[in-house]
Design a protein around this ligand. Structure first.
Ligand SMILES: *Cc1c(COP(=O)(O)O)cnc(C)c1O
Length: 230
């Protein structure tokens, strides 16, 4: 078994264990392998080990990999989205997780090729309240979701968050719980959401305990990234 295959299996075991502890089914949690900064060969190893969904954050880099590996993989754009990248993201990706403005959602929607399913999107929520981090303030999420619901080329699936890194499991849980409660509140107000995109290499257990349906894991699968990527 390659290192990547072994690590992938270890991550799947962590997901299964965390699901078990939470009384959840592991099948309800999708693993996105975040392959940013890693070469197409690394993705191919993961794919040979059964991984289908991959996450990328740097568009130029992702374009090369998508060209090589083909559209049969499921591509998730997990980085922040600038206006000048929306066309290519709408054409080539299945999901985009970092939606933080209506304008970006509108551009993705209008660029989505006819005949393809809508681009599946998540609104990124800023739960840590750090002004430097991207994401929508919790009190602004509902209005944005309502506006997005009128767009034909995108389908809002849920909320995504990247809380500040901390070793404090209680704080990790509190941040993820906040996102889950926000999603539940939106559902009760009539916005159909089925996705909580939260949890990464260091905090996926806390995220799964709080209801994550999609975890985005990079380093635990592919190894450490160069310190100043892309
Ligand atoms: C890089 C990245 C990840 C993966 O983080 P790891 O700590 O390597 O697991 C997840 N989500 C987003 C948005 C990222 O940019």
């Amino acid at each position: 078994m390659t290192t990547i295959a072994a690590r992938l299996q270890a991550v799947r075991s962590r997901i299964a264990a965390a699901a078990g502890t939470a009384g959840r089914s592991p099948e309800d949690i999708r693993l996105i392998a975040v392959s940013k900064t890693f070469a197409a060969a690394a993705i191919q190893e993961a794919r040979a080990a059964g991984q289908v969904a991959f996450g990328e954050s740097y568009l130029q880099e992702a374009l090369g990999k998508i060209a090589v590996l083909g559209p049969e993989l499921e591509w998730h754009y997990v980085g922040p989205i600038q206006s000048n990248k929306t066309r290519q993201i709408a054409e080539l990706f299945h999901w985009a997780h970092g939606i933080d403005r209506l304008k970006i959602a509108e551009r993705l929607s209008s660029s989505r090729p006819a005949g393809r399913l809508p681009l599946q999107i998540c609104i990124q929520v800023n739960v840590s309240g750090e002004s430097s981090k991207s994401g929508v303030r919790p009190d602004e999420v509902f209005a944005l979701a309502q506006a997005i619901s009128f767009l034909k080329g995108v389908r809002l699936r849920g909320l995504m968050a990247i809380p500040e890194p901390t070793q404090d499991i209680g704080l990790q849980r509190a941040r993820f719980r906040q996102i889950r409660e926000l999603k539940n509140e939106m559902v009760s107000r009539g916005i159909a959401l089925d996705t909580l995109s939260m949890g990464m290499s260091d905090d996926l257990e806390a995220a799964i305990a709080e209801g994550a349906t999609l975890v985005r894991v990079g380093r635990a699968i592919f190894g450490e990234r160069p310190s100043n990527p892309g």
